[in-house]
Design a protein around this ligand. Structure first.
Ligand code: COA
Length: 233
């Protein structure tokens, strides 16, 4: 969902997944290409692809308000760093900045051009990422340094493969559904449903009558995912 007052420059270079959410007053510069993946939230006043390079943002990423993901820069050895100056007065470098699935970018944080944030990496509020952040690490500060490791708990809503279940089948049904992994109950309202993509759901009735079996399956899924991500649960 793209809210009102989102400014997209070079929209032909921008791909935003249908299940992503882009709040008002966000600016996206198409540049050499921008991709925003499934269920990613871009909060108000974020600026994506300042500098006009290439930015790839994965699935389920949280970009808090005012965060900036840069894709290029005007080099300071150029005479002018103003985009309004004639191009021959500027030296512009365009890079590919990549934000992995499940990343967090805190409010007012800045991801510098070309930086790669691995899966699940977190950049704290106000931090400036000048170097790549390895998967599932927490970095903060200016310049950002490692301050911790992300550890998910057993009650964390884990996604399972999006293709494990055809979401559209469920939206055709009636009544409520429950995600056996995150235990979230979902009605079949089309407004609510797309935000839960990546989870498979079962009918609440089925869940209630086979709860024990579903809880065993849940524990197994969580362990499998935890192993895949080498997390402590
Ligand atoms: C970085 C972050 C994820 C760390 O969370 P956490 O692991 O729970 O960290 P803690 O609160 O336990 O703090 C751990 C240490 O890091 C420091 N720290 C936390 N966030 C920091 C930040 N953004 N910048 C600098 N230092 C920070 C704390 O002061 C603490 O230092 P200390 O051990 O010397 O006291 C979190 O603080 C953050 O910035 N989240 C983004 C929040 C946001 O922007 N929300 C938007 C609305 S959803």
């Amino acid at each position: 969902m793209i809210y009102e007052s989102v400014l997209i420059l070079k929209p032909e270079m921008v791909q935003i997944a249908e299940s992503a959410r882009v709040d008002s007053f966000v600016k996206v510069e198409g540049g050499l290409g921008v991709t925003i993946g499934d269920c990613t939230h871009v909060a108000s006043f974020c600026h994506i692809n300042g500098g006009g390079g290439k930015v790839t943002i994965g699935r389920h990423v949280g970009l808090s308000s005012g965060a900036k993901v840069l894709g290029g820069r005007a080099e300071i050895m150029g005479l002018s760093t103003s985009a309004a100056s004639p191009p021959e007065m500027q030296i512009v470098t365009r890079l590919h900045t990549r934000i992995g699935d499940y990343c967090l970018i805190g409010t007012n944080a800045v991801v510098m051009p070309g930086v790669v944030m691995g899966e699940g990496a977190a950049l704290g509020a106000g931090g400036v990422a000048t170097k790549n952040i390895p998967a599932w690490e927490i970095w903060a500060g200016v310049p950002a340094r490692k301050i911790g490791q992300r550890v998910l708990s057993a009650s964390t809503p884990y996604p399972v493969a999006a293709d494990a279940f055809d979401i559209r089948e469920v939206t055709d049904g009636v009544g409520s559904y429950i995600c056996p992994i995150c235990l979230r109950v979902i009605s079949n309202s089309p407004d609510v449903f797309p935000r839960c993509c990546g989870h498979y759901m079962v009918e609440k009735e089925d869940w209630e009558s086979n709860q024990e079996a579903w809880m065993t399956a849940r524990a197994y899924e969580i362990e499998k995912l935890a192993k895949a991500h080498r997390l402590n649960v």
